[in-house]
Write a protein that binds this ligand. Structure first.
Ligand code: NDP
Length: 287
């Protein structure tokens, strides 16, 4: 029989996961702070728990899909968690994640940390993968069950690793999405519909991957040859992007932050290096 499990937290992600677990025949117990969010899942065969404790008692494997780790404490404080494997798929900082691992260990529960790299509609689809960290034997024991929601990728025993990789992916993703909105607002302020500019923007987005291998090699070597395009030139362009935004009356907080990085890189002596040398001013100061 498929492993029974509990899912706590029925936002878009939790609901998508429960649907996949039900499709794969896992007896699934659910609990959500706002009880009505479970209605559709109960109609499909999930079992509704009346309290977090009832949800915990129903299965050894307990999956959390909550807004953050504070929500985990709101739900689990005061509950008996001993003997449970808690798979927390909620976003938060690596530091909070480590503290949660210690908190659960003190109470006799094991934590597997997960970072789901897929939006709700893609949960359980071939493109979905999930970073995990925590005890390998716990991960291996549940690998097959966890594969239902996305390809499981165990990064190591250190609980914070999955959260670190997840946040690093989101660091890029959120910044890139904000850049897309900014670019469209700039042309939009001149009356250009987003759809008219979109084909060019899409080519730009797709071309980013082309620059990665070289930049990664430069970062690993700590050398940034800037013969074709250097930081002085790109910093001047960053000035122009801010200027264009100011002329258009759009918010310039994002391009101004980018400009600040280029200026600091020039001040630090990287003017003749390529853009990947921004890494040197972003990384923590030595010592
Ligand atoms: P939501 O934030 O919409 O929902 C999360 C759930 O957390 C809800 O069930 C909510 O309950 C519950 N919750 C929040 N605070 C508390 C609290 N203090 N006590 C009890 N329950 C609480 O998130 P999503 O479902 O969209 O996402 C879940 C996690 O997955 C998040 O950490 C998110 O960053 C991550 N994620 C989301 C993706 C997405 O595309 N949505 C993609 C990848 C990861 P209630 O219904 O009562 O409000």
């Amino acid at each position: 029989m498929s492993t029974p499990l509990t899912v706590i937290g029925l936002g878009p992600m939790g609901r998508a996961m429960v649907e996949k677990f039900l499709d794969h025949g896992h007896p699934t117990t659910v609990w959500n702070r706002t009880a009505s969010r479970a209605d559709g899942l109960v109609a499909r065969g999930a079992r509704r728990a009346a309290t977090p404790q009832e949800a915990l008692d129903a299965s050894r494997l307990v999956i959390l899909s909550l807004t953050d780790y504070d929500a985990m404490h709101d739900v689990l404080d005061g509950a008996v968690v001993a003997g449970k494997t808690i798979v927390n798929l909620s976003s938060d900082t690596p530091g909070k994640t480590l503290r949660a691992a210690a908190w659960l260990a003190e109470r006799g529960a094991e934590l597997l940390v997960g970072g789901v790299m897929a939006p709700a509609p893609l949960v359980g689809e071939p493109a979905a993968y999930v970073f995990y960290s925590g005890p390998r034997e716990v991960f291996e024991a549940h690998r097959e069950t966890l594969a239902v929601i996305g390809r499981p990728d165990h990064l190591g025993e250190d609980h914070s690793l999955a959260q670190l990789f997840y946040q690093a992916q989101l660091d890029y993703f959120l910044t890139a999405l904000a850049g897309v909105v900014h670019s469209l607002a700039l042309v939009g302020a001149a009356g250009v519909p987003a759809a008219r500019f979109a084909p060019y923007l899409k080519e730009n987005v797709e071309s980013i991957a082309m620059y990665l291998d070289e930049a990664i090699a430069d970062i690993d070597r700590g050398r940034y040859p800037g013969d074709l395009a250097d930081i002085v030139m790109m910093g001047a362009t960053a000035d122009h992007v801010v200027g264009a935004g100011e002329e258009a009356g759009v918010d310039v907080v994002l391009p101004a932050a980018v400009r600040a990085l280029y200026r600091r890189a020039v001040e630090a002596g990287h003017g003749r290096d390529n853009w990947a040398a921004l890494y040197e001013v972003v990384k923590p100061p030595a010592g």
